[in-house]
Design a protein around this ligand. Structure first.
Ligand code: GLA
Length: 385
Protein backbone atom coordinates (compact mmCIF):
# COMPACT_ATOMS: atom_id res chain seq x y z
CA UNK A 1 0.00 0.00 0.00
CA UNK A 2 2.88 2.36 0.88
CA UNK A 3 4.31 1.71 -2.56
CA UNK A 4 1.02 2.63 -4.25
CA UNK A 5 0.86 5.79 -2.17
CA UNK A 6 4.29 6.86 -3.46
CA UNK A 7 3.29 6.06 -7.06
CA UNK A 8 0.20 8.21 -6.49
CA UNK A 9 2.31 11.10 -5.18
CA UNK A 10 4.80 10.78 -8.01
CA UNK A 11 1.92 11.04 -10.45
CA UNK A 12 -0.12 13.78 -8.79
CA UNK A 13 2.28 15.45 -6.34
CA UNK A 14 1.91 15.81 -2.56
CA UNK A 15 -0.63 18.00 -0.76
CA UNK A 16 -2.70 18.12 2.44
CA UNK A 17 -5.88 16.63 1.03
CA UNK A 18 -6.84 13.21 2.46
CA UNK A 19 -5.86 10.22 0.34
CA UNK A 20 -8.26 7.27 0.62
CA UNK A 21 -7.66 3.72 -0.53
CA UNK A 22 -10.19 1.09 -1.71
CA UNK A 23 -10.16 -2.45 -3.10
CA UNK A 24 -12.54 -4.38 -5.34
CA UNK A 25 -12.05 -8.11 -5.98
CA UNK A 26 -12.30 -10.15 -9.15
CA UNK A 27 -14.51 -13.24 -9.06
CA UNK A 28 -14.70 -16.86 -10.08
CA UNK A 29 -17.97 -18.57 -10.73
CA UNK A 30 -17.99 -22.01 -9.09
CA UNK A 31 -20.94 -23.14 -11.19
CA UNK A 32 -23.96 -21.69 -13.03
CA UNK A 33 -22.58 -20.42 -16.34
CA UNK A 34 -24.66 -18.39 -18.80
CA UNK A 35 -27.48 -18.55 -16.32
CA UNK A 36 -27.70 -15.01 -14.91
CA UNK A 37 -29.37 -13.56 -18.02
CA UNK A 38 -31.72 -16.55 -18.04
CA UNK A 39 -33.04 -15.77 -14.56
CA UNK A 40 -31.65 -18.78 -12.68
CA UNK A 41 -29.13 -19.49 -9.91
CA UNK A 42 -25.40 -18.76 -10.04
CA UNK A 43 -22.72 -19.56 -7.47
CA UNK A 44 -19.79 -17.12 -7.70
CA UNK A 45 -17.20 -16.06 -5.13
CA UNK A 46 -15.08 -12.90 -4.83
CA UNK A 47 -11.28 -13.31 -4.96
CA UNK A 48 -8.32 -11.90 -3.08
CA UNK A 49 -6.99 -10.76 -6.48
CA UNK A 50 -8.51 -7.51 -7.67
CA UNK A 51 -8.03 -3.77 -8.21
CA UNK A 52 -6.86 -1.12 -5.74
CA UNK A 53 -8.12 2.43 -6.12
CA UNK A 54 -6.61 5.56 -4.51
CA UNK A 55 -8.54 8.81 -4.51
CA UNK A 56 -7.81 12.37 -3.38
CA UNK A 57 -10.04 15.44 -3.76
CA UNK A 58 -9.07 18.30 -6.09
CA UNK A 59 -10.21 21.88 -5.83
CA UNK A 60 -11.48 22.10 -9.45
CA UNK A 61 -14.09 20.24 -11.51
CA UNK A 62 -11.71 17.71 -13.11
CA UNK A 63 -11.36 14.01 -12.44
CA UNK A 64 -7.97 12.61 -13.48
CA UNK A 65 -7.70 8.85 -13.96
CA UNK A 66 -4.47 6.89 -14.16
CA UNK A 67 -3.71 3.18 -13.88
CA UNK A 68 -0.42 1.45 -13.16
CA UNK A 69 -1.56 -1.20 -15.66
CA UNK A 70 -1.88 1.12 -18.69
CA UNK A 71 -0.21 4.18 -20.14
CA UNK A 72 -3.26 6.28 -21.13
CA UNK A 73 -4.14 9.02 -18.64
CA UNK A 74 -7.67 10.35 -18.73
CA UNK A 75 -9.03 13.78 -17.86
CA UNK A 76 -12.73 14.17 -17.24
CA UNK A 77 -14.11 17.71 -17.19
CA UNK A 78 -17.22 17.46 -15.04
CA UNK A 79 -18.73 20.53 -16.72
CA UNK A 80 -18.56 18.98 -20.22
CA UNK A 81 -20.57 16.07 -21.69
CA UNK A 82 -18.89 12.70 -20.99
CA UNK A 83 -18.68 10.48 -24.07
CA UNK A 84 -17.36 6.99 -24.86
CA UNK A 85 -14.19 7.23 -26.98
CA UNK A 86 -12.05 4.41 -28.41
CA UNK A 87 -8.78 6.08 -27.39
CA UNK A 88 -9.73 6.21 -23.71
CA UNK A 89 -9.76 2.36 -23.63
CA UNK A 90 -10.08 1.12 -20.01
CA UNK A 91 -10.89 4.70 -18.93
CA UNK A 92 -14.35 4.39 -20.47
CA UNK A 93 -15.36 2.23 -17.49
CA UNK A 94 -14.77 4.90 -14.82
CA UNK A 95 -16.01 7.56 -17.26
CA UNK A 96 -19.29 5.64 -17.64
CA UNK A 97 -19.65 5.53 -13.86
CA UNK A 98 -19.00 9.28 -13.53
CA UNK A 99 -21.54 10.07 -16.25
CA UNK A 100 -24.19 7.77 -14.81
CA UNK A 101 -23.72 9.19 -11.29
CA UNK A 102 -24.16 12.69 -12.72
CA UNK A 103 -27.27 11.53 -14.62
CA UNK A 104 -28.65 10.30 -11.29
CA UNK A 105 -28.21 13.74 -9.77
CA UNK A 106 -24.96 13.21 -7.85
CA UNK A 107 -22.98 16.43 -7.83
CA UNK A 108 -19.43 15.12 -7.96
CA UNK A 109 -16.32 17.09 -7.08
CA UNK A 110 -12.91 16.85 -8.76
CA UNK A 111 -10.55 13.99 -7.81
CA UNK A 112 -7.17 12.52 -8.64
CA UNK A 113 -7.54 8.77 -8.96
CA UNK A 114 -5.01 5.97 -9.36
CA UNK A 115 -5.96 2.35 -10.06
CA UNK A 116 -3.68 -0.65 -9.74
CA UNK A 117 -4.78 -4.21 -10.39
CA UNK A 118 -3.33 -7.69 -10.00
CA UNK A 119 -6.10 -9.39 -11.97
CA UNK A 120 -5.14 -10.65 -15.42
CA UNK A 121 -7.02 -8.68 -18.10
CA UNK A 122 -9.50 -10.41 -20.36
CA UNK A 123 -9.08 -13.70 -18.48
CA UNK A 124 -12.69 -14.01 -17.41
CA UNK A 125 -12.07 -13.04 -13.77
CA UNK A 126 -14.22 -9.91 -14.08
CA UNK A 127 -11.65 -7.14 -14.16
CA UNK A 128 -14.26 -4.89 -15.81
CA UNK A 129 -16.93 -5.52 -13.16
CA UNK A 130 -14.26 -4.88 -10.50
CA UNK A 131 -13.33 -1.53 -12.09
CA UNK A 132 -16.96 -0.42 -12.39
CA UNK A 133 -17.98 -1.43 -8.88
CA UNK A 134 -14.77 0.04 -7.45
CA UNK A 135 -15.26 3.43 -9.15
CA UNK A 136 -18.90 3.60 -8.09
CA UNK A 137 -18.05 2.70 -4.50
CA UNK A 138 -15.13 5.18 -4.32
CA UNK A 139 -17.03 8.13 -5.72
CA UNK A 140 -20.12 7.56 -3.64
CA UNK A 141 -18.05 7.02 -0.51
CA UNK A 142 -16.13 10.23 -1.19
CA UNK A 143 -19.45 12.05 -1.71
CA UNK A 144 -20.38 11.06 1.87
CA UNK A 145 -22.60 8.09 0.95
CA UNK A 146 -20.93 5.56 3.27
CA UNK A 147 -23.83 3.17 3.90
CA UNK A 148 -24.44 2.23 0.30
CA UNK A 149 -26.77 -0.60 -0.61
CA UNK A 150 -24.36 -3.07 -2.21
CA UNK A 151 -26.94 -4.80 -4.39
CA UNK A 152 -27.86 -1.41 -5.75
CA UNK A 153 -24.19 -0.69 -6.57
CA UNK A 154 -24.10 -3.98 -8.48
CA UNK A 155 -27.21 -3.08 -10.48
CA UNK A 156 -25.92 0.41 -11.16
CA UNK A 157 -22.55 -0.94 -12.39
CA UNK A 158 -24.25 -3.50 -14.62
CA UNK A 159 -26.33 -0.72 -16.16
CA UNK A 160 -23.17 1.27 -16.93
CA UNK A 161 -21.67 -1.81 -18.63
CA UNK A 162 -24.87 -2.41 -20.63
CA UNK A 163 -25.55 1.19 -21.62
CA UNK A 164 -22.23 3.06 -21.72
CA UNK A 165 -19.79 0.25 -22.57
CA UNK A 166 -22.50 -1.52 -24.57
CA UNK A 167 -21.72 -5.01 -23.30
CA UNK A 168 -24.90 -6.92 -22.71
CA UNK A 169 -23.73 -8.77 -19.56
CA UNK A 170 -25.91 -10.16 -16.77
CA UNK A 171 -25.73 -9.26 -13.05
CA UNK A 172 -23.50 -12.07 -11.73
CA UNK A 173 -20.08 -10.41 -11.92
CA UNK A 174 -21.01 -7.05 -10.43
CA UNK A 175 -23.02 -8.77 -7.70
CA UNK A 176 -20.11 -11.02 -6.71
CA UNK A 177 -17.69 -8.08 -6.66
CA UNK A 178 -20.04 -5.98 -4.52
CA UNK A 179 -21.40 -8.68 -2.20
CA UNK A 180 -18.50 -11.11 -1.74
CA UNK A 181 -17.73 -12.47 1.71
CA UNK A 182 -14.49 -14.06 2.89
CA UNK A 183 -14.48 -17.86 2.50
CA UNK A 184 -18.07 -17.91 1.20
CA UNK A 185 -19.62 -18.45 -2.21
CA UNK A 186 -22.82 -16.55 -3.06
CA UNK A 187 -25.87 -18.53 -4.13
CA UNK A 188 -27.71 -15.86 -6.10
CA UNK A 189 -31.16 -16.08 -7.63
CA UNK A 190 -30.76 -13.78 -10.63
CA UNK A 191 -34.50 -13.34 -11.11
CA UNK A 192 -35.19 -11.91 -7.63
CA UNK A 193 -31.63 -11.04 -6.49
CA UNK A 194 -32.21 -12.95 -3.25
CA UNK A 195 -28.99 -14.59 -2.15
CA UNK A 196 -27.30 -16.67 0.49
CA UNK A 197 -23.65 -16.78 1.50
CA UNK A 198 -22.56 -20.41 1.76
CA UNK A 199 -19.24 -21.24 3.48
CA UNK A 200 -16.81 -22.61 0.94
CA UNK A 201 -15.07 -25.14 3.16
CA UNK A 202 -12.77 -27.17 0.94
CA UNK A 203 -11.03 -29.28 3.61
CA UNK A 204 -8.10 -31.10 2.08
CA UNK A 205 -8.80 -29.64 -1.38
CA UNK A 206 -7.82 -26.34 -3.01
CA UNK A 207 -9.51 -24.32 -5.69
CA UNK A 208 -7.00 -23.75 -8.49
CA UNK A 209 -7.53 -21.06 -11.11
CA UNK A 210 -5.93 -21.95 -14.44
CA UNK A 211 -5.50 -19.27 -17.10
CA UNK A 212 -5.43 -20.72 -20.63
CA UNK A 213 -3.79 -17.46 -21.76
CA UNK A 214 -5.99 -17.69 -24.81
CA UNK A 215 -7.42 -14.23 -25.32
CA UNK A 216 -11.16 -14.20 -25.60
CA UNK A 217 -11.68 -13.50 -29.30
CA UNK A 218 -15.14 -12.65 -30.61
CA UNK A 219 -16.35 -13.23 -27.08
CA UNK A 220 -18.83 -10.37 -27.21
CA UNK A 221 -20.54 -11.30 -30.44
CA UNK A 222 -20.72 -14.97 -29.43
CA UNK A 223 -22.07 -13.96 -26.01
CA UNK A 224 -24.81 -11.83 -27.57
CA UNK A 225 -25.63 -14.62 -29.99
CA UNK A 226 -26.15 -17.05 -27.08
CA UNK A 227 -28.42 -14.53 -25.37
CA UNK A 228 -30.43 -14.25 -28.58
CA UNK A 229 -30.73 -18.01 -28.94
CA UNK A 230 -32.02 -18.29 -25.38
CA UNK A 231 -34.57 -15.57 -26.04
CA UNK A 232 -35.74 -17.40 -29.16
CA UNK A 233 -36.10 -20.68 -27.24
CA UNK A 234 -38.03 -18.92 -24.47
CA UNK A 235 -40.36 -17.18 -26.93
CA UNK A 236 -41.23 -20.53 -28.54
CA UNK A 237 -41.89 -22.24 -25.19
CA UNK A 238 -44.03 -19.28 -24.12
CA UNK A 239 -46.31 -19.82 -27.12
CA UNK A 240 -47.42 -22.97 -25.27
CA UNK A 241 -46.84 -22.41 -21.58
CA UNK A 242 -46.31 -19.43 -19.31
CA UNK A 243 -42.80 -19.55 -17.83
CA UNK A 244 -41.05 -16.70 -15.98
CA UNK A 245 -37.69 -17.37 -17.65
CA UNK A 246 -35.83 -20.09 -19.53
CA UNK A 247 -34.54 -21.69 -16.31
CA UNK A 248 -38.16 -22.40 -15.36
CA UNK A 249 -38.76 -24.50 -18.49
CA UNK A 250 -39.09 -28.25 -17.94
CA UNK A 251 -37.08 -30.84 -19.88
CA UNK A 252 -40.43 -31.90 -21.35
CA UNK A 253 -41.03 -28.37 -22.73
CA UNK A 254 -37.72 -28.59 -24.55
CA UNK A 255 -38.41 -31.93 -26.18
CA UNK A 256 -42.04 -31.08 -26.97
CA UNK A 257 -41.84 -27.49 -28.20
CA UNK A 258 -38.34 -26.93 -29.56
CA UNK A 259 -37.84 -28.55 -32.97
CA UNK A 260 -34.55 -26.88 -33.78
CA UNK A 261 -31.56 -28.94 -32.56
CA UNK A 262 -29.41 -25.90 -31.76
CA UNK A 263 -32.12 -24.21 -29.67
CA UNK A 264 -32.77 -27.51 -27.90
CA UNK A 265 -29.15 -27.86 -26.93
CA UNK A 266 -28.93 -24.27 -25.70
CA UNK A 267 -32.08 -24.71 -23.60
CA UNK A 268 -30.89 -28.08 -22.33
CA UNK A 269 -27.73 -26.46 -21.03
CA UNK A 270 -29.65 -23.67 -19.30
CA UNK A 271 -32.22 -25.91 -17.62
CA UNK A 272 -29.72 -28.57 -16.56
CA UNK A 273 -27.09 -26.04 -15.41
CA UNK A 274 -29.62 -24.29 -13.19
CA UNK A 275 -30.39 -27.62 -11.52
CA UNK A 276 -26.69 -28.34 -11.15
CA UNK A 277 -26.21 -25.07 -9.28
CA UNK A 278 -28.84 -25.96 -6.70
CA UNK A 279 -27.40 -29.45 -6.32
CA UNK A 280 -23.81 -28.20 -6.11
CA UNK A 281 -24.65 -25.64 -3.42
CA UNK A 282 -26.28 -28.39 -1.34
CA UNK A 283 -23.30 -30.68 -1.83
CA UNK A 284 -20.92 -27.95 -0.73
CA UNK A 285 -23.01 -27.30 2.38
CA UNK A 286 -22.91 -31.02 3.16
CA UNK A 287 -19.14 -31.10 2.64
CA UNK A 288 -19.47 -33.67 -0.15
CA UNK A 289 -16.64 -32.34 -2.27
CA UNK A 290 -16.19 -35.43 -4.41
CA UNK A 291 -19.79 -35.14 -5.64
CA UNK A 292 -19.42 -31.36 -5.96
CA UNK A 293 -16.39 -31.87 -8.21
CA UNK A 294 -18.34 -34.28 -10.43
CA UNK A 295 -21.10 -31.71 -10.90
CA UNK A 296 -18.47 -29.11 -11.86
CA UNK A 297 -17.18 -31.43 -14.57
CA UNK A 298 -20.72 -32.10 -15.84
CA UNK A 299 -21.18 -28.35 -16.11
CA UNK A 300 -18.11 -28.09 -18.33
CA UNK A 301 -19.32 -30.87 -20.61
CA UNK A 302 -22.68 -29.15 -21.02
CA UNK A 303 -20.95 -25.83 -21.82
CA UNK A 304 -18.81 -27.69 -24.35
CA UNK A 305 -21.39 -29.86 -26.08
CA UNK A 306 -24.67 -28.01 -25.66
CA UNK A 307 -23.82 -24.36 -25.17
CA UNK A 308 -20.60 -24.42 -27.26
CA UNK A 309 -18.71 -21.69 -25.46
CA UNK A 310 -15.52 -23.53 -24.48
CA UNK A 311 -13.14 -23.93 -27.45
CA UNK A 312 -10.01 -26.07 -27.81
CA UNK A 313 -7.94 -24.28 -25.13
CA UNK A 314 -10.50 -24.48 -22.31
CA UNK A 315 -11.34 -28.05 -23.27
CA UNK A 316 -7.69 -29.02 -23.28
CA UNK A 317 -6.87 -27.46 -19.91
CA UNK A 318 -9.92 -29.09 -18.30
CA UNK A 319 -9.06 -32.44 -19.84
CA UNK A 320 -5.46 -32.18 -18.60
CA UNK A 321 -6.67 -31.18 -15.15
CA UNK A 322 -9.09 -34.10 -14.92
CA UNK A 323 -6.31 -36.50 -15.93
CA UNK A 324 -3.82 -35.11 -13.39
CA UNK A 325 -3.38 -36.77 -9.97
CA UNK A 326 -5.48 -35.28 -7.16
CA UNK A 327 -8.09 -33.49 -9.31
CA UNK A 328 -11.76 -34.22 -8.47
CA UNK A 329 -13.48 -31.77 -10.83
CA UNK A 330 -12.79 -28.98 -13.33
CA UNK A 331 -14.68 -26.56 -15.53
CA UNK A 332 -14.37 -23.29 -17.43
CA UNK A 333 -15.45 -20.20 -15.48
CA UNK A 334 -16.95 -16.94 -16.79
CA UNK A 335 -18.16 -16.27 -20.32
CA UNK A 336 -15.87 -18.85 -21.99
CA UNK A 337 -14.26 -18.65 -25.47
CA UNK A 338 -10.83 -18.58 -23.70
CA UNK A 339 -9.94 -17.15 -20.31
CA UNK A 340 -9.84 -19.22 -17.13
CA UNK A 341 -10.91 -22.61 -15.86
CA UNK A 342 -11.04 -23.82 -12.26
CA UNK A 343 -10.18 -27.16 -10.70
CA UNK A 344 -10.65 -28.79 -7.29
CA UNK A 345 -7.38 -30.45 -6.38
CA UNK A 346 -6.00 -32.28 -3.34
CA UNK A 347 -3.85 -29.64 -1.63
CA UNK A 348 -0.97 -32.07 -1.08
CA UNK A 349 -0.74 -32.71 -4.83
CA UNK A 350 -0.83 -29.11 -6.06
CA UNK A 351 2.71 -28.86 -7.37
CA UNK A 352 2.56 -32.07 -9.36
CA UNK A 353 -0.88 -31.07 -10.63
CA UNK A 354 0.38 -27.79 -12.03
CA UNK A 355 3.40 -29.45 -13.66
CA UNK A 356 1.28 -32.14 -15.31
CA UNK A 357 -1.38 -29.71 -16.56
CA UNK A 358 1.18 -27.20 -17.86
CA UNK A 359 3.04 -29.91 -19.77
CA UNK A 360 -0.01 -31.55 -21.33
CA UNK A 361 -1.70 -28.26 -22.13
CA UNK A 362 1.43 -26.88 -23.75
CA UNK A 363 1.80 -30.02 -25.84
CA UNK A 364 -1.73 -29.80 -27.24
CA UNK A 365 -2.06 -26.03 -27.67
CA UNK A 366 1.46 -24.59 -27.74
CA UNK A 367 0.41 -22.17 -24.97
CA UNK A 368 1.79 -21.82 -21.44
CA UNK A 369 -0.88 -21.60 -18.77
CA UNK A 370 -0.75 -19.56 -15.54
CA UNK A 371 -2.00 -20.76 -12.17
CA UNK A 372 -3.28 -18.42 -9.47
CA UNK A 373 -3.48 -19.04 -5.78
CA UNK A 374 -6.33 -16.78 -4.80
CA UNK A 375 -8.36 -16.91 -1.60
CA UNK A 376 -12.09 -16.31 -1.47
CA UNK A 377 -12.39 -12.81 -0.12
CA UNK A 378 -14.69 -9.90 0.74
CA UNK A 379 -16.46 -7.66 -1.74
CA UNK A 380 -15.51 -4.04 -2.48
CA UNK A 381 -14.27 -2.15 0.57
CA UNK A 382 -12.46 0.87 1.90
CA UNK A 383 -8.97 0.08 3.22
CA UNK A 384 -7.32 1.47 6.33
CA UNK A 385 -3.64 2.09 6.03
C1 GLA B 1 -19.80 -12.99 -18.23
C2 GLA B 1 -20.96 -12.05 -17.95
C3 GLA B 1 -21.84 -12.58 -16.83
C4 GLA B 1 -22.27 -14.03 -17.10
C5 GLA B 1 -21.05 -14.89 -17.48
C6 GLA B 1 -21.44 -16.27 -17.93
O1 GLA B 1 -18.93 -13.06 -17.14
O2 GLA B 1 -20.47 -10.76 -17.58
O3 GLA B 1 -22.96 -11.74 -16.66
O4 GLA B 1 -23.27 -14.09 -18.07
O5 GLA B 1 -20.30 -14.29 -18.52
O6 GLA B 1 -21.95 -16.99 -16.87
Amino acid sequence: MKELKSIFEEEYGKNDQPLQCFFAPGRVNLIGEHIDYNGGYVFPAALSLGIYGLLRPRSDQTIQLKSTNASVKIYVDLLEPILYTEEDGWGNYPKGVIKSLQDRGYSLGGYDILFSGNLPDGAGLSSSAALLVLTTYMLRWAAGDKDMDRAEIALFSQKVENEFIKVNCGIMDQFAVAMGQEDCAILLDCETLTYKHIPCVLGEYSLVIMNTNKKRELAESNYNQRRDECEQALAIIRQHRSVANLCQALPKDITTYLDDDLLRRRANHVVSENRRVILASQLLEQGNLIAFGKVMTESHLSLKNNYEVTGPELDSIVEQALGAPGCIGARMTGAGFGGCAIALVESSKLQGFQRTVAKGYNKTTGLTPDFYEARIADGVKVLEY
